[in-house]
Design a protein around this ligand. Structure first.
Ligand code: G4P
Ligand code: NA
Ligand code: NA
Length: 194
């Protein structure tokens, strides 16, 4: 997605060879017009399938799940990282290992909102190690719902997330795929292969 690549080049701050900060337009301050465009792009990519729900994980996947839900005219669900008291009903949950915090946490959604009648599109802001997305894939499969695929806004293709998802038979589409980066320079995948 061209406009997204341009924004990453113009505003992205590369903090190290692995961490890209996009706080000014993607996941702290959010450019609402761009978020809605991103939603429409996910709908264009996956919309030939009869998707009934979009699924993400709190916090920074929410704006893109909402945008995709608007474009597809379906509800979105966000998995919670902490078991809320109001989630006393039956939940689907999966353990996720956080590499940044070096500990396991649970992601959960109420069983009320996902079932065998659903066809699900998972979206998130970043595809990095993929641990959280693998957890969401496991939740979708445990619910009996069908998984249409995973859509990510930014993929760091040099990390293992895509490989882990593909090994589980998941179709992955990312709107910007970063082959490599270093302070002041970002190289997208299609440029890397030319
Ligand atoms: P993950 O790939 O399974 O998400 O786990 P990891 O431990 O690798 O990443 C931890 C958090 O950092 C995740 O957010 C992930 O989306 C985010 N992240 C990973 N790489 C980058 C990066 O290069 N830049 C930015 N800005 N974020 C990155 P999270 O735990 O889901 O938290 P939230 O921010 O969505 O609340
Ligand atoms: Na996220
Ligand atoms: Na994040």
């Amino acid at each position: 997605m061209k406009v997204l690549q341009e924004r990453i080049r113009e505003e992205g701050l590369i903090l190290s060879n692995t961490v890209l900060k996009v706080d000014s337009f993607l996941n702290h301050q959010v450019d609402t017009r761009l978020a809605l465009e991103i939603g429409r792009e996910f709908a264009r990519i996956f919309g030939d399938r009869p998707i009934t729900k979009v699924l993400t994980i709190e916090a920074s996947g929410i704006q893109f799940a909402m945008a995709a839900g608007i474009a597809l005219d379906v509800p979105f669900i966000y998995a919670k990282k902490k078991k809320a008291v109001t989630l006393a009903e039956k939940v689907y949950s999966a353990p996720v290992y956080s590499f940044t915090r070096q500990e396991n946490y649970q992601v959960s959604i109420s069983q009320k909102y996902l079932g065998p009648e659903d066809k699900v599109l998972i979206v998130d802001d970043f595809l990095a190690t993929g641990a959280a997305l693998v957890g969401l894939v496991d939740i979708v499969r445990a619910s009996g719902a069908e998984l249409a695929g995973v859509g990510c806004v930014i993929e760091k293709s040099f990390q293992e997330g895509r490989g882990l998802l593909e090994a589980k038979g998941v179709e992955v589409h990312s709107l910007a795929r970063i082959a490599s980066m270093s302070p002041g320079e970002v190289c997208f995948v299609e440029e890397a292969v030319v």
